[in-house]
Write a protein that binds this ligand. Structure first.
Ligand code: NDP
Length: 333
């Protein structure tokens, strides 16, 4: 089977040279194991951090070893009592076209209630992140103003829609006119700002948020966040979800210090890593699937076809190639 390994560690923006394709022989499955065929592979911004040799909440990828990530797969052979051939499963699995997995490392998904790939997005890690960050840290109240950066991505597009369901005014920030138009015309955002063509983001926020900002869901960090945080209200909240604008930096960036604003406005800013909130998953999944079923929560995916697209798909996150969740499909057609 083919696999993709980390060939070298990137300095700054990663390139295709950091990856290498290999062919390997898979062992026979043993008791308690299954053979899987990969169907949908998730690429996520946090994987950039794992390409560095640095201790973090997720361990670094090892050189010359396959990268791993969220994968939806089909069971093709089984020596496990928990799985039968044909089952669809989700797990954190190696970037291999086929792989052997232990039954304890995968769980079954129900591909009849939603497309299987949704379990990597709105009904998976990124949907949970949106729900938990907004509802449990942001705590939106009807009539409040919510700003979300990275708004057209997997997390952001869900955050904005949940905020609308909660009765908020929602402003999205994203990197193209196509994305901002889609957010307002298809996803119910009240306004959207293209940060790449807006010379003064702070001014644009002042205009879009005449009553100030009550919640800033931060997916990107950097200068966009500096601009939004300067316009936050008394007792406002900042779920600190991601800092993608900084992930390729080779030195610590410095910007205006926001602490005086947090202090004088009594702002709550809380970082969170979704995997540390497993106790909230069942409630979150219940709400997300209910809203999807009712048509209140729409989802968007950018699907690249072919296992060999995985490196490009991952790199594409950093140049904004995706709208909604970026997924690689190994399914024919
Ligand atoms: P996205 O689907 O949002 O993809 C990344 C997007 O980020 C791109 O499409 C691009 O859109 C935008 N982007 C890339 N570079 C920059 C930049 N320099 N400045 C501003 N925007 C940029 O990814 P996810 O929805 O999966 O993740 C969004 C954020 O949430 C990431 O920071 C990620 O690390 C974080 N995250 C955190 C989790 C947690 O547990 N805390 C869990 C999951 C994700 P554009 O065209 O708009 O630039």
């Amino acid at each position: 089977t083919r696999q993709i390994v980390l060939a070298s560690r990137p300095i700054g923006v990663p390139t295709k040279d950091n990856f290498r394709f290999e062919s390997i022989e898979l062992p026979q499955i043993k008791e308690g194991e299954v053979m899987l065929q990969g169907l949908y592979y998730s690429v996520d911004p946090y994987m950039r951090g794992r390409m560095n040799d640095a201790k973090s909440y997720a361990p670094p990828f090892q050189l010359n070893e396959p990268l791993t990530g969220g994968v939806i797969a089909r069971v093709t052979e089984t020596k496990s009592d928990s799985f039968t051939t044909g089952d669809y499963v989700l797990g954190s699995l190696p970037w291999r076209e086929n792989c052997v997995a232990n039954q304890k490392d995968i769980h079954q998904i129900d591909a009849t209630i939603a497309p299987a790939s949704y379990y990597l997005g709105v009904l998976g890690m990124t949907g949970l992140t949106a729900y938990i960050g907004l509802m449990h840290i942001g705590k939106p109240k009807s009539g409040e103003t919510v700003v979300v950066s990275g708004a057209a991505g997997a997390v952001g597009i869900v955050v904005g829609q949940i905020a609308k369901i909660q009765g908020c005014r929602v402003i999205g920030i994203a990197g193209s006119d196509k994305k901002t138009k889609m957010l307002t015309e298809e996803f119910g955002f009240d306004q959207a700002i293209n940060y790449k063509t807006t010379p003064d983001i702070e001014k644009a926020i002042i205009e879009a948020c005449p009553d100030g900002v009550d919640i800033y869901f931060d997916n990107v960090g950097g200068t966009i966040s500096d601009a939004v945080i300067s316009q936050m209200n008394l007792h406002s909240r900042i779920p600190l979800c991601g800092q993608i604008a900084l992930y390729n930096d080779t030195a610590n960036s410095s910007g205006p210090r926001v602490q005086p604003i947090l202090l004088t406005k009594s702002i709550l800013m809380q970082g969170f890593i979704v995997s540390n909130y497993q106790n909230l998953f069942p409630d979150a999944i219940q709400h997300l699937s209910q809203w999807v079923k009712e048509g209140k929560l729409k989802f968007k995916e950018t699907i690249m076809h072919g296992f060999e697209q995985l490196p490009d798909a991952l790199l594409g996150l950093f140049s904004g190639e995706n709208i909604g969740k970026m997924v690689v499909s190994a399914v024919e057609g």
